[in-house]
Structures are given as C-alpha cells and as structure tokens.
Design a protein around this ligand. Structure first.
Ligand SMILES: Cc1cc2nc3c(=O)[nH]c(=O)nc-3n(C[C@H](O)[C@H](O)[C@H](O)COP(=O)(O)OP(=O)(O)OC[C@H]3O[C@@H](n4cnc5c(N)ncnc54)[C@H](O)[C@@H]3O)c2cc1C
Length: 414
C-alpha cells in the first residue's frame, strides 16, 4: 500500500525536487527524525520497505533511557507511550553468584524513574500516528530503495514501489535503514568493528512473583543477562551466550529452558511462563568511518551498533535523530542548504564521539565480565565495590547510561 504519493514526478534530467528531505527507513529512529522535524517546514518523505503495520509488529522490547523519554516528550508522543510501558526505579548489577550487588536507585539522581521498557509496536505506532497528522510528511510504503545517485545540488533516489521503479529527487538523504544499511554501502562508507563471539536470545516471560520496578543485569562468564520489567508481571529477557549455546537455548524444550532460566534468575521471579518465541540475534560492535557525506547523513543502527548489554542501541539512535533534526532546523533558519557537507559535519561532530563513548563502555562491560581469569575477576569485583560505595562514580555511571551526560538536544530541554 502506498500511503501518500508524491504529487509530482520529476524526470532524472531536470533539477526539480520532489521533496526537501528523504528518510530511508521508517523504523523507530527514522520515524523519530520525521516527528522531530515538526517545526522545520521541510517537505519530508519517509520510504519504508515493509507495510506500516508489519514494520510496527516486530516482537521486541527495549530499555528506553530518561533522555529518550524527554525527546519523545519533546516531539509530543510520550503521553501515548507512557501508560503502556514498564517503568523501573531500581537497577541491580551483579557478577554471577558473587554476593556484592551494585544497587542504583532513582534517589541517586533525583528522578521519578531510572528508565522504561517499551515494546517496539507501542513506540512505533505512536510515532506513525503522529506522522499521520502532519501534512508536511509523506510515506512511500511499502517501497524499497535500490539505488542513489549524488549530484552537487541534489540526490536522486531510485525506489521500487509496487513492482515499478521510480525516481525521487531531494536535497538530503538520511539513511535510517538499520544495521545492514544499503544507503551506507551505496555511499561507499566504511565501517569498523567486530562480531562478538556471543549471540543473544531475546524473549518475554510472565512471572508469578511481583517485580515491576527493577531492572537486572547479571553478568556470567558466558555473557550478560538483562531482565527488564514490562507491565502486568511480564519481563523482557536478553540472554547472551556463546553462539552455539545461544542456538541450543533457542531450540531447547520449553520446560527445560524455563528450568535453566529459573536457575539463572535465582528463583527471584517465581514460577515462569514463556509468552513469546525465542529470537536469536547476532551481536556486533560497529561504527561508521563517517556519518555524513555531501547530501547524506546516517542515523541509528545504519551508523553504529553495540552490544545489547545496558540497552543502549536504540537510545543512541533516538538521540542521533533529535540532534540531526536540530542541526537541520538551525540550518533552515539561517537559510542554509541542508544537504551541504559543512552543515552535516556539525551533526557528525556532535554524535560520533558521544556514540563512541557508549560503544566503548558496552564493549568494556562485556569483555571484563565475560572473563574467568583471576586477575580480571579481582579487578572487576573491586570495580563493583567502588561503584557501590563511591557516590560520584555511581552518579557518573547512572547519568551516562540514562543519557543525562553529553550534549542535550533542544527537543529534550523543557
Ligand atoms: C537482542 C537485542 C536487544 C536490544 N535491546 C535494546 C534495548 O534494550 N535498548 C536499546 O536502546 N536498544 C536495544 N537494542 C538495539 C536496537 O534494537 C536497535 O538499535 C534499534 O532497533 C535500531 O533502530 P533503527 O531504527 O536504527 O533500525 P531498524 O529498527 O533496523 O529499522 C530500519 C528500518 O529500515 C527499513 N529498511 C531497511 N532497508 C530499507 C530499504 N532499502 N528501503 C526502505 N526501507 C528499508 C526496515 O524495514 C526497517 O523498518 C537491542 C538489540 C538487540 C539485538
């Protein structure tokens, strides 16, 4: 279904623009950017390969940071999302069965919550509904981008829609098309990083014991396990293990799987029931050499991916979207060309270093905890002790993980 067609179709040989900005990928990051551009007056087109309801139906839940909640408030969708999601006031970090637990409390940073847990469809549907009210944003969907040509004054995007090829011309292309970004590879942008020796098994459980306000991250030598509270005594669990073990966990008989899970969660959640499939994800760390080129910017997983420990990936993407929207809006106000490399570099300078800090932090966590070598075990247990007892270190870590460190986009300042 093509939701809203562009009115004019220009030919490749003239310089008539179809729109000011094209966002390729209508996932949460792309849709956030479209919403965040609400006061720019720019004519925006979002191209999404899947039908909207299919894109929204992904069975995944994410930990959303305080900064992400502020950005989503700034674009006016948080009030729809808030009643339908999990909220946590406590975080518990632990090292396998070692008794020294690090306890983070909302009082440590004086906020109502330390974070939220939202299902993909709750967030994306709210964003899609917000876009539907906007006359300056159109969807081309389902439609797949298959090529892009960059010229001095415009970019020409080749799109396959309902089996036919068409051309869309714009001032700026934003690649929000996920980790395997075609937009990134067509632009010849190199990436750096590595695939981990681990995969994640992600699933939702219903549990008997009440636990609706604590997020757990427990580190095992095989990999971390995150337990995130969802409403109604449900939890989203991300269980990281070496590839073969993760594959075996996915296939394991349900009763045996739940028995192993109860063992891992220390019986804390009472009787468990599996209420979703078990999804297997490979884990990688990736950062692009460049986030921008003339007439191109990359956001979200198209620009960087990290280990799911600490639940940061989507939060970084939401922050990219808010930062890019701000840079574009400021350029519009100054009458500047939004596809000019000089303008786009401002976004890259802002986000690349901040993302690298979080990528490095998640990598450090995974490496230091997925290790049984005695000197490393001793150092990390001392580190955990410091984290629990040194208040400035605790507050610094909490602020880093909740997005409250670094430059705050204007959308999140109110
Ligand atoms: C197990 C696991 C747990 C995680 N938990 C968390 C968490 O708790 N918190 C957190 O912040 N992050 C988490 N993440 C990371 C998070 O899932 C990603 O960072 C996030 O989904 C990236 O969003 P995105 O919009 O950039 O990309 P995507 O969600 O991949 O969206 C890309 C969109 O682009 C579309 N598209 C692709 N190619 C084209 C094309 N050629 N033409 C048109 N459209 C196209 C796709 O259909 C899709 O809709 C987790 C990841 C994993 C694997």
């Amino acid at each position: 279904m093509v939701l809203k067609q562009l009115e004019n179709q220009s030919s490749f040989f003239d310089d008539r623009l179809d729109c000011d900005l094209v966002i390729v990928g209508g996932g949460i990051v792309g849709a956030t950017l479209a919403c965040a551009l609400k006061d720019s007056g720019l004519k925006t087109l979002v191209i999404e390969a899947k039908p909207l309801e299919v894109a929204a139906s992904r069975r995944q839940a994410y930990s959303l940071s305080l900064l992400s909640s502020q950005i989503l408030t700034g674009i006016g969708v948080w009030q729809q999302i808030f009643p339908k999601i999990g909220k946590y006031c406590h975080i518990r970090l632990s090292d396998a069965n070692y008794p020294g637990i690090v306890k983070f409390e909302r009082e440590d940073i004086g906020t109502d919550f330390l974070g939220y847990v939202a299902e993909h469809n709750v967030v994306l549907t709210a964003l899609q509904e917000a876009i539907a009210t906007r006359s300056d944003v159109s969807w081309l969907c389902p439609a797949e981008v298959i090529g892009v040509e960059y010229k001095d004054s415009l970019a020409a995007i080749e799109v396959k829609v309902e089996g036919k090829k068409r051309l869309v011309k714009t001032k700026l292309v934003v690649g929000a098309d996920g980790a395997r970004s075609l937009i990134r590879s067509l632009a010849g942008i190199e990436t750096r990083g590595w695939k981990y020796w681990q995969s994640c098994v992600a699933f939702t459980i219903k549990h008997e014991a009440p636990q609706n306000d604590t997020a757990f991250e427990r580190f095992w030598p095989t990999g971390p396990m995150g337990v995130l509270p969802l409403p109604g005594n449900h939890c989203q669990i991300v269980w990281t293990a070496p590839h073969e073990q993760a594959k075996a966990l996915q296939k394991l008989d349900e009763q045996e799987f739940l028995r192993k899970l109860e063992e891992r969660t220390g019986g804390l959640l009472g009787k468990l029931q599996l209420v979703s499939d078990r999804y297997l994800f490979p884990v990688q760390l990736m950062q692009c050499d460049r986030y921008v080129k003339s007439r191109l910017a990359l956001v979200g997983d198209a620009a960087h991916c990290c280990h799911p420990v600490g639940g940061q990936g989507l939060n970084l993407g939401i922050r990219d979207a808010a930062a890019l929207a701000q840079i574009i809006q400021e350029a519009c106000r100054q009458g500047e060309d939004i596809g000019d490399l000089k303008i786009l570099k401002r976004y890259e300078r802002w986000r690349k270093r901040e993302n690298l800090t979080i990528l490095g932090f998640t990598d450090f966590l995974d490496r230091i905890f997925s290790n049984n070598w005695l000197p490393v075990v001793t150092i990390r247990r001392f580190g955990l002790w410091m984290l629990e007892h040194l208040t400035p270190l605790k507050i610094f870590t909490l602020k880093l993980m909740t997005g409250l460190k670094g430059r705050t986009p204007k959308l999140a300042q109110f």
